[in-house]
Ligand binder design. Structure first.
Ligand SMILES: [Zn+2]
Length: 159
């Protein structure tokens, strides 16, 4: 579906970003067998920053609430429904003229990566241990936000 906010834009930091109204993603977290984990999407090779791992999400529509936008994107990309998750804190990565909002969330039911229905933008999805994030090629947006997201994650996981 084409919306008026579809398109490339250049932020104040000189990156190219998709989505004129900014973007949002969902950072699902849980405590797994090997400690804290986050659900990451392996981006399809043809996509922007293809081959990297990032939070599922995408461009916001005009005047769309960031949480609603993040949920809409994870529904499209992974088949998750709003009732499948419990939303937590938000963190905004403001690049100047474009921003990415990460919405933390925990599963409201058991969510196994193998059960998710992927669309064409995803080459895969997996729970990745927080301690192993340095070992996978991260999307530059996620890599750049990790220092800010990590304390939020640890706080959320401690609840
Ligand atoms: Zn940027």
């Amino acid at each position: 579906m084409h919306t008026p906010t579809d398109g490339w834009t250049t932020c104040a930091l000189g990156h190219r970003h998709w989505g004129l109204a900014g973007a949002a993603g969902l950072l699902l977290h849980r405590v797994g067998a090997d400690g804290p984990e986050v659900l990451l999407q392996h981006r399809a090779d043809w996509s922007h920053h293809g081959g990297t791992w990032g939070t599922p999400g995408g461009a916001l529509h005009a005047d769309e609430d960031v949480a609603a936008g993040a949920l809409r994107e994870v529904c499209e990309e992974l088949g998750l429904l709003p009732d499948d998750v419990v939303l937590g804190e938000r963190s905004v990565d403001d690049h100047g003229g474009w921003s990415y909002t990460t919405v933390l969330a925990r599963p409201a039911r058991a969510i196994e990566a193998a059960d998710l229905r992927l669309d064409g933008e995803s080459a895969g999805v997996a729970w990745v241990a927080l301690a192993a994030l340095d070992e996978v090629p991260l999307h530059p947006g996620l890599a750049g936000s990790l220092a800010r997201l990590r304390p939020l994650l640890l706080r959320a996981l401690a609840r």
